[in-house]
Design a protein around this ligand. Structure first.
Ligand SMILES: [Zn+2]
Length: 614
């Protein structure tokens, strides 16, 4: 099964259509302006001039991700203004590429003599993102200038790393280029990119020259602790790890490498069964932005970087190409609707780097007052740009290309993996889907004419699914999360899938101490939270009744309904610090909003996990 690249499918409306329109109207230009103000684009001239800030080692990746995301939006709708901005950046990059192919605005301006000597720096990571941008820009516009820059640079990297071993290290300190090389191989059909990708993947964990951050004292920080086929638990820096696992899954599927595929399956299992938050976020600590140990999933101290959730979705997408199982897309949706989407404001121009599952302004102020002594705390309001601003352009490029998750095709098969108002150009013709999911649990699919098996994913949480083919009820079974319909499809065939999406309560494994005695509220793929703006402060005092009836209320503010549920809280009063009897409680209606929508009404408390009444 192959998924379609961004240029072969389109989002045409619905929830994701609204988000892509926002990205195109607001987000792209807003990020561009912030990057211009902070000097990222001026830095592309690769020399230090009076008044210019010192470029950062990963600035080129910010620029590249912005170009990639904008390219994806240009596939959706032409914009001469955005295209001209991309052209300008690419022109500057091409004009400042070194004779031998090297390009890095930091090293060229500051310490060119040290290029390819510092494992911890991001040279190859920046090139990886430039490659992805180049492929997307070619797909969007047919312009190949950035592709030519990358191909020249890759030739240098191939010689220095794979042929001569003349760099001071052997694999990228921050993975990314591996999956980018695979993308370039798919785009060009040129085997040499696959060869270099395999070299980087297979060499990881085998070279004593790849010493990772000594300060952290852990070689698993950048997944160099074992050869990749022996890795079975997700370790180290989450974004690094998940980009590596994504590349491993690409390589395993392409080469039909069972040992590598099994490593991917084990890594996926460990991540999702033991180290992932209910929001599809990962990274339990800010120390090294890392995974920690099984079941260590504290809520307010969650690091949960936006990029890490996006990377998890990208890994799931590739796992689906290894094994067509609905659970991979269930997990991808969890990340895409929750842990990653909370990274962007409803206005589309402000961002979170961290997405904790609990927030208190008081706790944050204490953490910030005693930074060295107390636990780290995330910020409580999104900002327009970060010093390390990887997340905003990552939101732009992943949601700008979210159509890549929706459809797929095999030898005699078409797949609908994700419910979204969208279509794809398949080998049989246009495969279209009309839906208002996840507002409602129903979709209509218009399969193209032909003889093939149509596979339709049914989310694991979907209740009472009903299928109609050409308007008539149709019996079905669900295997590995999919309905399989084999037949001859007429040009006017329709397939309707409906299921109910009741409000669900989710309980954590008893080993997750942070969630003991608590529940989380969900509807469809969307995780909900309590916010101070609706429920007052001191949210930790609130108790939720799981035997009460939920009301799902349409609300224009957040894009999806809000949910009300009965609960209780302490009767207001002036109580002693300690007492021998409990404080009296009174019944209250609790208002839950989609987790991604929190912190859009000023700084206040937020909790995903809520104590239950009993
Ligand atoms: Zn990030």
């Amino acid at each position: 099964m192959k998924l379609y690249t961004a240029d072969k499918a389109r989002i045409t409306g619905g929830f994701w259509g609204e988000k892509q329109a926002l990205l195109q109207k607001v987000t792209a230009k807003s990020i561009y302006d912030r990057f211009a103000e902070t000097g990222r684009f001026n830095a592309l001239i690769c020399r230090k001039e009076e008044g210019m800030p010192q470029p950062h080692i990963f600035w080129d990746s910010d620029t590249a991700k912005w170009i990639e995301g904008t390219a994806c939006l240009l596939m959706r709708e032409k914009s001469p203004e955005l295209e001209a901005l991309c052209d300008g950046l690419i022109e500057t990059i091409a004009a400042n590429q070194m004779e031998d192919g090297y390009f890095n605005s930091y090293y060229q301006a500051i310490e060119i003599e040290n290029r390819f000597t510092q494992y911890i720096n991001h040279e190859l990571y920046c090139l990886g993102h430039m490659i992805e941008a180049a492929v997307a820009y070619d797909q969007a516009t047919g312009k190949k200038q950035l592709l030519e820059v990358c191909e020249k640079y890759i030739a240098l990297v191939d010689r220095v790393f794979r042929v001569e071993h003349s760099a001071a290290f052997d694999t990228p300190g921050h993975e990314e280029i591996e999956l980018a090389l695979f993308k370039l191989y798919q785009h060009t059909g040129d085997e040499k990119y696959m060869t270099l990708m395999r070299y980087f993947v297979d060499t990881r964990g085998t070279s004593p020259r790849d010493i990772t951050y000594e300060a952290l004292g852990r070689s698993d920080y950048s997944q160099t602790h074992k050869p990749v086929r022996e890795q079975d638990t997700v370790e180290g820096h989450c974004v690094r790890a998940l980009y590596l696992y994504s590349a491993m899954a690409d390589q395993a599927a392409h080469d039909q490498d069972e040992a590598l595929a099994n490593a991917c399956r084990k890594l996926y299992r460990n991540c999702v069964d033991k180290r992932m938050y209910i929001t599809g976020a990962v990274g339990s600590t800010y120390l090294g932005e890392s995974f920690t140990v099984d079941y260590d999933l504290g809520n307010h101290e969650a690091y949960a970087e936006t990029c890490a959730s996006l990377a998890l979705a990208l890994f799931c997408r590739r796992m689906l190409q290894l094994d067509v199982k609905g659970e991979y897309m269930d997990t991808a949706e969890l990340a895409l609707y929750n842990g990653a989407l909370s990274g962007m404001s409803l206005s589309g121009d402000a961002f979170f780097y961290e997405n904790p599952l609990s927030y208190s302004p008081t706790r944050a102020s204490i953490a910030n007052r005693y930074t060295k002594a107390r636990a780290h705390s995330a910020i409580g309001q999104r900002v327009k740009v970060f010093e390390c601003s990887c997340c905003p352009p990552n939101v732009l490029r992943v949601y700008g290309a979210i159509q890549e998750f929706v459809f797929g095709e095999g030898e005699d098969d078409l797949y609908v993996h994700m419910m979204a108002d969208a279509y794809a150009h398949t080998k049989y013709g246009i495969l279209q889907q009309r839906t208002d999911y996840p507002r409602q649990g129903e979709t209509t699919i218009y399969p193209p004419e032909g003889t093939y098996t149509l596979h339709i994913r049914v989310p694991a949480w979907a209740e009472e699914p009903v299928l109609c083919v050409n308007g008539l009820r149709h019996d079905f079974t669900i295997q590995d999360g999919y309905i399989h319909l084999t037949g001859e499809w007429d040009a006017d065939a329709t397939v309707e899938l409906r299921f109910s999406m009741p409000v669900r309560f989710i309980y954590a494994n008893p080993r997750v101490s942070a969630d003991a005695g608590k529940v989380c509220v969900a509807r469809g793929p969307v995780i909900y939270c309590l916010e101070g703006a609706d429920n007052g402060d001191n949210l930790s005092d609130i108790r939720l009744r799981t035997d009460g009836s939920a009301r799902v209320v349409t609300d224009g503010k957040f894009g999806l309904p809000i949910i009300t549920l009965p609960g209780s809280r302490s009767v207001p009063g002036d109580y002693p610090l300690y007492a021998v009897s409990p404080v009296p409680r009174s019944a209250v209606d609790l208002i839950f909003i989609p987790f991604y929508a929190w912190a859009n009404r000023g700084e206040n408390e937020m909790d995903v996990w809520v104590r239950t009444e009993t």
